[in-house]
Design a protein. Structure first.
Length: 290
């Protein structure tokens, strides 16, 4: 029985590759021997191509870094074209680029959430993911049907907020629900008709133990409890590499070749979001003396 991921020489393109989770995913695919293209709005305008990997000590037969604005069709197409020219057809697309919850303005209630912020979040997180996914699918459609392609697949990165919502930030919860349900199912129905065996899945992480999460918890220690303990069976956040390894698993046809159209939750057994603290609950409890 072959138990290898068999990702060697597979061209994997990752949007949001310079982010906290994205950079971990890039390293994971390089370690698996894949050809990796990392796209991010943070990168300089001048593309970077390294035939032998990111540096002398990294795995992987090729590496591309390219600036991209995922809300721009032209920008996404330019980045995909450059990546394909340097590393061959894009087989696996990881649609990770998005506005993270930590970088958008937080609200206690939707009553203070502006329509402008709502539109902006959906433009990046939903439209940007669509443009990315569509470019991947167009790339497959333009290939000769005689072409052999390993591990063709799209993995959309959602969030637990797409399952449980996000109190006060309907923009974020709505955006993640859209990509990990409606968009996932739509592309899952479409992709195998364009390219036989092409699979589409999504990953919805819970609270990931990134440096940003650690910093937020140092500023507000109660956040660790509300995000990673109160309704979480394993009572802890998700290690960064566990998210990356889940994505590797889904990208591998050898390991997950019959998993298609599915949302995989990586959330330490989360059952919901904490809506009321103990103190808030006591105030609303008619059986407790005020």
């Amino acid at each position: 029985m072959d138990v290898s991921l068999d990702l060697t020489d597979t061209h994997v393109l990752i949007t949001g590759g310079a982010g906290l989770i994205g950079s971990s995913v890039v390293k994971a695919f390089q370690a698996a021997g894949a050809r990796v293209s990392s796209l991010d709005i943070k990168y300089p305008r001048e593309p970077r191509f390294v035939p032998s990997g990111l540096n002398a000590g990294s795995a992987g037969p090729g590496y591309v870094e390219h600036h991209v604005d995922i809300t721009s069709e032209e920008s996404v197409k330019t980045a995909f074209d450059f990546a394909a020219d340097k590393l061959g057809p894009v087989s696996v697309c990881i649609a990770l680029g998005a506005l993270d919850f930590s970088v958008i303005e937080h609200h206690d209630s939707a009553t203070t959430l502006s329509a402008e912020q709502f539109r902006r979040t959906l433009d990046v997180n939903v439209t940007g993911t669509f443009i990315t996914a569509r470019e991947w699918l167009r790339g497959l459609n333009n290939l000769p049907k005689t072409k052999k392609l390993k591990n063709p697949g799209l993995i959309i990165i959602g969030s637990e907020s797409g399952v449980y919502g996000s109190k006060g930030n309907a923009d974020y919860g709505t955006s993640k629900s859209a990509v990990q349900v409606g968009m996932l199912k739509s592309f899952a129905a479409d992709a195998p008709r364009i390219w036989e065996g092409a699979r589409v899945n999504a990953v919805a992480p819970g609270a990931v133990d990134t440096e940003r999460f650690k910093e937020e918890c140092r500023e507000d220690p109660f956040q660790y409890y509300t995000d990673a303990q109160a309704t979480v069976a394993l009572c802890k956040p998700i290690p960064l590499e566990r998210v990356a390894k889940t994505i590797l698993f889904l990208a591998s046809e050898s390991f997950s070749g019959n998993i298609h159209g599915q949302l995989i939750s990586v959330n330490s057994g989360k059952q919901g979001k904490l809506l009321y603290t103990e103190a808030e609950g006591r105030k609303r409890n008619p059986y407790l003396e005020s």
